[in-house]
Design a protein around this ligand. Structure first.
Ligand SMILES: [Fe+2]
Ligand SMILES: [Fe+2]
Length: 176
């Protein structure tokens, strides 16, 4: 019942679950899961390892969404509209169902201030650490085109970080 206790503030959901358990017995768990889904109120994962798995899965779903979008463009360009529609339909499922459901369980979206801080951290890592390291590795390997692209993208990420920092300061000023 640990997970259920975490739901204490979701009183409506908890009540529904208790009623469901009493009436439906063994089916209560299933009914609870269905109700949580229907209400759009899904309990967040509390276990750190499970949350990490959610984030990993979300990376895969996000990649699949974008990859299938590009695959769809190629199918359309080469005169295969039915195949394009299949890729587009599947991409939408990855983005609007699989990613969105996992994001909810992982508690991905916070309030605006938390979201901005999260975004600043991510863009900061990309511009200061990730892209410079990747660019150096590409240069060492002789992939100069890739290295140039990494460096240019890395500079874009600095702009993103700076814009988010400005937005965060404005948000914090508004609240004073
Ligand atoms: Fe998926
Ligand atoms: Fe960015």
């Amino acid at each position: 019942m640990k997970a259920a206790m975490k739901l204490g503030n979701h009183s409506g959901l908890f009540g529904w679950m208790a009623a469901g358990m009493a009436v439906a017995g063994a089916l209560g768990g299933l009914a609870y899961a269905t109700a949580a889904r229907r209400n759009g109120r899904v309990p967040e994962a509390v276990n750190a390892h499970v949350r990490q798995r959610l984030l990993e899965a979300m990376h895969g779903e996000a990649f699949a969404y974008l990859k299938y979008s590009l695959f769809a463009a190629e199918a359309r360009r080469s005169g295969h509209p039915k195949l394009a529609a299949l890729f587009e339909r599947t991409a939408r499922t990855e983005r609007y169902e699989h990613f969105a459901e996992e994001a909810k369980l992982a508690g991905l979206v916070g309030d605006n201030e938390a979201n901005l801080k999260d975004a600043i951290e991510g863009e900061g890592y990309e511009t200061k650490t990730m892209y410079p390291e990747f660019a150096t590795e590409a240069e060492t390997a002789g992939d100069t085109q890739v290295a140039e692209r990494f460096r240019e993208i890395g500079r874009d990420e600095a702009k993103h970080r700076d814009e988010f920092e400005t937005a965060l300061r404005e948000l914090q000023k508004q609240r004073k």
